[in-house]
Write a protein that binds this ligand. Structure first.
Ligand code: PLP
Length: 421
């Protein structure tokens, strides 16, 4: 309550914006993930990895728009590419060359992608990948992970959330190779696809073990189900995504977030024989329209983002920076002797208030939830912007000094709240 009071007192303009928004949008927002009580901070400007809120407070942006803000807020090459694209017209109702350039860049990077198509979001990319798998196999059922997240209507934090999706679902447990193998074989020829994040993102930055991913690979090969890796967030973890780093290659991959330089984006791709279900040259193909699938600003920005900026060396350097940061944060927690840790891979990390290995989603205790909330508000008071759930996603402008500042801020949190930890 004390943290809420201090927070609200410092942000009268954000409070007013929230009150006005509640009159026209349920909860005062149009992205559930941005909501928290008493009201969310309203950001009004960004530059590099800095943000300013409506009350004039400055923050180090370590949220990086939940991974979509990889390039920061003012990457001049992306802004220039968008401006040039818009100068040639906004909506041309036509195929363009930028989309095939971007497709080539993506195919050149991801081992599993032989052909690719674009969407407006990661959610749509996953829905279309499932459509492809169902069309290709002639089967209907889809297996997902308990605690997985693949978009607004593909949220599996609880099995009740399946109400969002008119597709028959089967569930299995993350990082349990024996259970996954058993469950996939039990579904047998009913199963069209297995959809999995190679690291749970929203679920708490919990990496999959190689053994688990390999078990999914082997079992789906046996039953003929299409294995889909959702790399909407994790594709940043190496030149060819996390699949390349883990050396487990799925049949299909979905992409999104940062890949169009921060413009709206999604893509799904995979084996040519599966993607052929959308080939209009052939009879009986599946439809995949979408007014903004190849919108000129996303395609142009994507070519620059993937072709000029986020090259293989940059991807490796970002991964290494994140690993070093997580090591430093965990070393600080160990040194302080607190039951708190940071999980993740590379440039994505989430705080947890429990000791010991975390390999699967868990139901947090009320005490853990309270500490997570306190962490968020304490860090915000120190001028550091994270996801409310305690996730950070580094963007390219985040430098070593910024990482050191995060470590120091966490040390301050630990020192101030040690009796609670
Ligand atoms: N898949 C994963 C792993 C995600 O984390 C997200 C978004 O957070 C999505 C899919 C959905 O992407 P979008 O929000 O662009 O629909």
């Amino acid at each position: 309550a004390e943290a809420h009071e201090a927070y609200a007192a410092a942000r009268p303009r954000s409070a007013a914006i929230h009150e006005r928004a509640r009159a026209v949008m349920p909860g005062g927002n149009t992205r559930s993930v941005l909501f928290y009580t008493p009201f969310p901070t309203a950001m009004v400007r960004g530059e590099g990895c800095r943000l300013w809120d409506a009350d004039g407070r400055e923050y180090l942006d370590l949220l990086g728009e939940y991974t979509a803000g990889l390039f920061g807020h003012s990457e001049t090459r992306i802004i220039e590419a968008v401006k040039q694209a818009l100068d040639r017209g906004i909506n041309l109702a036509s195929v363009g060359e930028a989309e095939q350039d971007l497709a080539r860049l993506i195919i050149g990077r991801f081992p599993s992608i032989e052909l690719v198509r674009f969407t407006n979001s990661g959610t749509e990319a996953n829905l279309l990948a499932l459509a492809a798998a169902r069309g290709f196999t002639g089967r209907t059922k889809v297996m997902v992970m308990r605690g997985g997240y693949h978009g607004g209507v593909l949220t599996f934090a609880t099995e009740q959330s399946a109400v969002n999706l008119p597709i028959p679902l089967a569930f299995t447990d993350y990082n349990d190779p024996a259970a996954a193998t058993r469950d996939i074989l039990a579904e047998g020829s009913l199963l069209a696809a297995v959809l999995v994040e190679p690291m749970l993102g929203s679920g708490g930055c919990i990496p999959a073990s190689r053994e688990f991913l390999q078990a999914l690979r082997d079992a789906t090969r046996q039953t003929g189900a299409v294995l889909i890796f959702d790399e909407v967030m994790t594709s940043r973890h190496g030149p060819g995504g996390l699949q390349q780093r883990m050396d487990v290659i799925p049949d299909m991959t979905t992409l999104g977030k940062y890949m169009a330089g921060g413009m709206s984006f999604g893509a799904f791709g995979g084996r040519a024989d599966i993607m052929a279900v959308f080939d209009g040259h052939k009879p009986g193909t599946l439809p995949h329209a979408g007014t903004f699938n190849n919108n000129v600003w996303s395609m142009a920005a994507g070519c620059v983002a993937m072709g000029e900026i986020f090259d293989a060396a940059t991807a490796e350097a970002l991964y290494a920076r994140g690993e070093a940061l997580r090591d430093a944060l965990n070393a600080a927690c160990t040194a302080a002797g607190v039951g708190m840790q940071f999980t993740g891979r590379g440039s994505m990390l989430t705080v947890h208030f429990r000791p010991g290995p975390i390999t699967a989603p868990y139901a947090a205790t009320p005490a853990e939830n309270a500490l997570r909330e306190l962490f968020f508000f304490d860090l915000l008071a120190q001028g550091i912007y994270l996801a409310r759930r305690g996730m950070a996603a580094l963007s390219l402008p985040v430098g070593e000094a910024d990482c050191a500042r995060y470590v120091a801020a966490v040390e301050e949190f630990v020192a101030a709240r040690k009796p609670l930890l």
